[in-house]
Design a protein around this ligand. Structure first.
Ligand code: 5GP
Ligand code: ZN
Length: 118
Protein backbone atom coordinates (compact mmCIF):
# COMPACT_ATOMS: atom_id res chain seq x y z
CA UNK A 1 0.00 0.00 0.00
CA UNK A 2 1.18 3.48 -0.85
CA UNK A 3 2.03 5.82 2.06
CA UNK A 4 -0.42 8.41 0.76
CA UNK A 5 -3.39 6.02 0.81
CA UNK A 6 -3.71 6.52 4.55
CA UNK A 7 -2.34 10.04 4.73
CA UNK A 8 -4.58 12.63 6.40
CA UNK A 9 -2.99 15.52 4.52
CA UNK A 10 -3.28 13.76 1.14
CA UNK A 11 -6.97 13.35 1.94
CA UNK A 12 -7.28 17.04 2.83
CA UNK A 13 -5.47 17.93 -0.43
CA UNK A 14 -7.88 15.70 -2.36
CA UNK A 15 -10.91 17.17 -0.58
CA UNK A 16 -11.75 13.78 0.96
CA UNK A 17 -11.41 15.23 4.46
CA UNK A 18 -12.69 18.67 5.46
CA UNK A 19 -10.37 21.52 6.37
CA UNK A 20 -10.53 25.28 6.72
CA UNK A 21 -8.54 26.08 3.59
CA UNK A 22 -7.08 29.54 3.22
CA UNK A 23 -5.07 29.04 0.04
CA UNK A 24 -4.56 26.59 -2.79
CA UNK A 25 -2.60 26.53 -6.03
CA UNK A 26 -1.05 23.85 -8.27
CA UNK A 27 1.70 23.08 -5.74
CA UNK A 28 0.31 23.53 -2.25
CA UNK A 29 -2.65 23.85 0.08
CA UNK A 30 -2.77 25.94 3.25
CA UNK A 31 -5.37 25.44 5.97
CA UNK A 32 -5.97 26.09 9.66
CA UNK A 33 -4.48 23.61 12.12
CA UNK A 34 -7.24 21.67 13.86
CA UNK A 35 -5.58 22.21 17.28
CA UNK A 36 -4.16 25.72 17.06
CA UNK A 37 -1.17 26.50 19.31
CA UNK A 38 -1.46 30.25 18.65
CA UNK A 39 -4.18 32.72 17.59
CA UNK A 40 -3.04 32.07 14.01
CA UNK A 41 -1.88 28.54 13.25
CA UNK A 42 -1.78 27.52 9.61
CA UNK A 43 -0.32 24.46 7.94
CA UNK A 44 1.15 24.66 4.44
CA UNK A 45 1.48 21.32 2.67
CA UNK A 46 2.71 20.33 -0.78
CA UNK A 47 0.06 18.62 -2.91
CA UNK A 48 2.55 15.94 -3.85
CA UNK A 49 3.18 13.56 -0.94
CA UNK A 50 6.62 13.49 0.61
CA UNK A 51 7.03 12.09 4.15
CA UNK A 52 9.24 14.76 5.67
CA UNK A 53 11.91 17.37 5.06
CA UNK A 54 14.49 14.62 5.51
CA UNK A 55 13.02 12.84 2.48
CA UNK A 56 13.25 15.87 0.20
CA UNK A 57 15.78 16.10 -2.59
CA UNK A 58 16.50 18.46 -5.44
CA UNK A 59 13.15 17.46 -6.96
CA UNK A 60 11.34 19.14 -4.07
CA UNK A 61 13.47 22.29 -4.16
CA UNK A 62 11.09 24.37 -6.21
CA UNK A 63 7.95 23.52 -4.29
CA UNK A 64 9.74 24.07 -0.97
CA UNK A 65 10.85 27.49 -2.14
CA UNK A 66 7.36 28.35 -3.34
CA UNK A 67 5.82 27.26 -0.03
CA UNK A 68 8.29 29.32 1.99
CA UNK A 69 7.86 32.37 -0.21
CA UNK A 70 4.07 32.15 0.13
CA UNK A 71 4.21 32.21 3.94
CA UNK A 72 4.44 35.99 4.54
CA UNK A 73 1.39 36.60 2.36
CA UNK A 74 -0.60 33.84 4.11
CA UNK A 75 0.46 35.09 7.54
CA UNK A 76 -0.53 38.66 6.71
CA UNK A 77 -3.87 37.55 5.28
CA UNK A 78 -4.54 35.53 8.45
CA UNK A 79 -3.99 38.61 10.60
CA UNK A 80 -0.32 38.43 11.59
CA UNK A 81 0.48 42.12 11.46
CA UNK A 82 3.62 42.01 13.54
CA UNK A 83 5.52 38.89 12.57
CA UNK A 84 5.06 35.15 12.64
CA UNK A 85 6.97 31.94 13.24
CA UNK A 86 7.57 29.06 10.82
CA UNK A 87 8.27 25.53 12.02
CA UNK A 88 8.94 22.24 10.23
CA UNK A 89 9.00 19.27 12.59
CA UNK A 90 11.02 16.41 11.13
CA UNK A 91 11.17 12.81 12.32
CA UNK A 92 10.42 11.25 15.72
CA UNK A 93 12.90 13.36 17.66
CA UNK A 94 11.78 16.45 15.76
CA UNK A 95 8.26 15.95 17.06
CA UNK A 96 6.71 15.11 13.70
CA UNK A 97 3.33 13.43 14.05
CA UNK A 98 1.91 13.60 10.52
CA UNK A 99 4.25 12.12 7.92
CA UNK A 100 3.32 14.38 5.03
CA UNK A 101 5.71 17.32 4.90
CA UNK A 102 4.13 20.46 6.31
CA UNK A 103 5.14 23.87 7.42
CA UNK A 104 3.55 25.45 10.51
CA UNK A 105 2.85 29.20 10.47
CA UNK A 106 2.16 30.61 13.93
CA UNK A 107 1.39 34.11 15.03
CA UNK A 108 -1.10 36.53 16.40
CA UNK A 109 -1.09 39.21 19.04
CA UNK A 110 0.96 38.45 22.15
CA UNK A 111 0.90 34.72 21.69
CA UNK A 112 3.18 33.07 24.20
CA UNK A 113 5.02 30.75 21.91
CA UNK A 114 7.84 29.71 24.20
CA UNK A 115 7.08 26.23 25.48
CA UNK A 116 4.15 25.82 23.15
CA UNK A 117 5.95 24.52 20.09
CA UNK A 118 3.58 22.59 17.85
P1 5GP B 1 3.41 17.78 13.38
O1 5GP B 1 3.41 17.49 14.84
O2 5GP B 1 3.41 16.52 12.54
O3 5GP B 1 4.47 18.76 12.97
O4 5GP B 1 2.08 18.57 13.12
C1 5GP B 1 0.88 17.98 12.77
C2 5GP B 1 -0.18 19.03 12.95
O5 5GP B 1 -1.34 18.62 12.24
C3 5GP B 1 -0.61 19.24 14.41
O6 5GP B 1 -0.41 20.60 14.77
C4 5GP B 1 -2.09 18.85 14.42
O7 5GP B 1 -2.87 19.66 15.27
C5 5GP B 1 -2.48 18.99 12.97
N1 5GP B 1 -3.54 18.08 12.53
C6 5GP B 1 -3.63 16.75 12.79
N2 5GP B 1 -4.72 16.23 12.20
C7 5GP B 1 -5.33 17.26 11.55
C8 5GP B 1 -6.52 17.34 10.75
O8 5GP B 1 -7.23 16.36 10.51
N3 5GP B 1 -6.84 18.57 10.25
C9 5GP B 1 -6.07 19.68 10.50
N4 5GP B 1 -6.48 20.82 9.96
N5 5GP B 1 -4.95 19.63 11.24
C10 5GP B 1 -4.58 18.44 11.75
ZN1 ZN C 1 0.30 12.65 2.12
Amino acid sequence: MNARDNCIFCKIVAGQLPSRKVYEDDDMVAFHDIHPKAPVHLLVVPKSHVDSLADCGAGEGEVLARMLLKVPELARAAGCTNGFRTVINTGPEGGQVIYHLHLHVLGGPRHEWKGTLP
